[in-house]
Design a protein around this ligand. Structure first.
Ligand code: SAH
Length: 217
């Protein structure tokens, strides 16, 4: 039992369950995942607080509640193949790895991807692959996917990602402006695309061919 176990239990109860996340698999994954190992050492004491924290490259590790909410909304099953866009610290990747059969994660910032790979090594996961690439074009070699999670803010859902979603598949993306977005869940059915809007969020921008322009960064 690590020194933060109690803090994590408290985080799950007070920040996550209290706001209505109830999927037991998600709650268990959140209670097990040592978020303090995904932030810089001087921020470890704040790792279980109710906010996002800065990571390298001007990016952020999402607020624990948002990670839990998105994981629940995406409805990830143990046989699923999941594509994640925006590896960042690798924290959300670890949660997905506990929920799904396979996780493919793309990160555009090389330094972040390399650190995430290094960090995740200690968990001996055999179901995660991370690559340095513009995630807005997806990962067609290993698709189509049952689930796609975009963890950066898109002006609108990148079309290649919808193309790489299976029929019956779900894609969750924060859509909106660079400053403010709303979680949007797309479900691909044989009749077409269903769209469901969720809560207001604030993510760093998704930068790439089907995202925001890098020059405005
Ligand atoms: N899920 C992460 C949060 C990362 S913040 C975590 O739990 O830590 C969003 C990440 O998306 C940043 O690391 C950013 O570099 C990355 N990103 C932005 N545009 C991207 C793109 N086109 N392809 C892949 N990653 C991208």
């Amino acid at each position: 039992m690590d020194q933060f176990k109690y803090r994590r239990r408290q985080m799950v109860r007070e920040q996550i369950q209290r706001r209505g996340v109830s999927d037991p698999r998600v709650l268990e994954a959140m209670e097990e995942a040592p978020r303090h190992l995904f932030v810089r050492p001087h921020l470890a004491a704040q790792a279980y607080e109710d906010f996002a924290l800065p990571i390298e490259g001007g990016q952020t590790i999402s607020q624990p509640y948002i990670v839990a909410r998105m994981s629940e909304m995406l409805d990830v099953q143990s046989h699923h193949s999941v594509l994640e866009i925006g590896t960042g610290s690798g924290y959300q990747t670890l949660i997905l790895a506990r929920l799904a059969a396979r996780v493919y994660s793309l990160e555009r910032v090389g330094e972040l991807a390399r650190r995430a790979i290094e960090r995740l090594r200690q968990f001996h996961l055999d179901n995660v692959k991370i690559q340095i690439f513009d995630g807005t074009v997806g990962w067609s070699d290993v698709g189509p996917f049952d689930r796609i999670l975009v963890t950066a803010a898109a002006p609108s859902v990148p079309k290649p990602l919808l193309d790489q979603l299976k029929i019956g598949g779900k894609l969750l993306v924060p859509e909106g402006s660079r400053a403010n977005q709303q979680l949007v869940l797309y479900e691909k059915t044989s009749e077409g695309l269903h769209k469901l809007s969720g809560e207001a969020v604030c993510f760093v921008p998704l930068i790439g061919r089907h995202g925001w322009n890098a020059s405005e960064e």
